[in-house]
Design a protein around this ligand. Sequence first.
Ligand code: UT7
Length: 324
Amino acid sequence: MTQIFSRISGTGRCLPERILTNRELEKIVDTTDEWIRARTGIERRHIAADDQTTADLAEGAARQAMEAAGVAPSEIDFLVVGTTTPDVVFPNVGCLLQERLGIGGFAAFSVEAACSGFIYALSIADRFIAGGQAKRALVIGAETLSRITDWTDRSTAVIFGDGAGAVVLEPSTEAGIISTHLGADGHYKDLLYHPYGTSRRQQPDDVEGPFIHMKGNEVFKVAVKTLEGIVDETMSANDLERGSIDWLIPHQANLRIIQLTAKRLGMSMEKVILTLQDHGNTSAASVPMALDVAVRDGRVRRGDLLLLEAFGGGFTWGSALIRY
Ligand code: UT7
């Protein structure tokens, strides 16, 4: 029996219109454009309008990806969204999208794995296509992190942004998605978290607000080590030599982290897709948006070997090796 792979047949992205520059942030918190550029690489980010939700951005990205793939909404039969900022607790963002796209009757759900959400979602959809249980999957990473950012905290306010990226996956006799690798370690739960949910009751001595809390410096160190591990795992699982990847498409958290990962892979920065200067850190949306940017500007071409990777709260992490 011929092995079935999944392949990316179309990509899309959606960014809110409003752009918030580092200079504007100088008026909001005690920071400088120079510090933000030097320590993160970020220059600007997009912020959702007051009435714009994660599902709005996800819908924009999904419609673009379907158009690029030449696939009608009615042909989609699997829908998974990586997000930590869903519109509501339920229905999940996938179900909200089904209603908007006028489709339904198949599995639609969200995956909550912070910045690794898209890689987790991609890995799940890949298995359903490779197993013959889905024919055309929409895989999305979408976030409105501005809603859970403390705009008085300079250590996080300068980092995050909003947006969504999407891909359509279809079956193919050739890879496609060659391998995916996922991991997590809950022991790091206190380094990067959002303390509010629906189940845990607020305690009288709780002083933390409903925002992202991050011990940035400590997260940085674990992120670098973990990403080294996951890229090594991906390369050795596929018998690849350093330098054999055409494009690194990393999670866009910090330029210095990305540079260290590229060095580990023996790749020059010309072969790394960078969007953090324009998008900031958009969590689960960052990798699919970076992929879409590089596909649309012609850098990523059919046949290229891509390495996607992400690391985020949990901690969670993941990678995907893809023949585009
Ligand atoms: O996406 C999920 C995973 N997240 C990550 O991978 C993020 C990883 N962490 C990072 O990217 C970096 O740690 C940050 C960008 C968050 C922070 O950069 P850093 O170089 O680690 O800075 P730091 O937290 O060690 O702070 C250094 C100094 C401190 O001042 P003192 O104590 O040296 O006087 C901070 O108070 O920089 C100060 N600082 C700022 N100064 C100006 C912190 N934030 C700012 C700011 N503007 N926005």
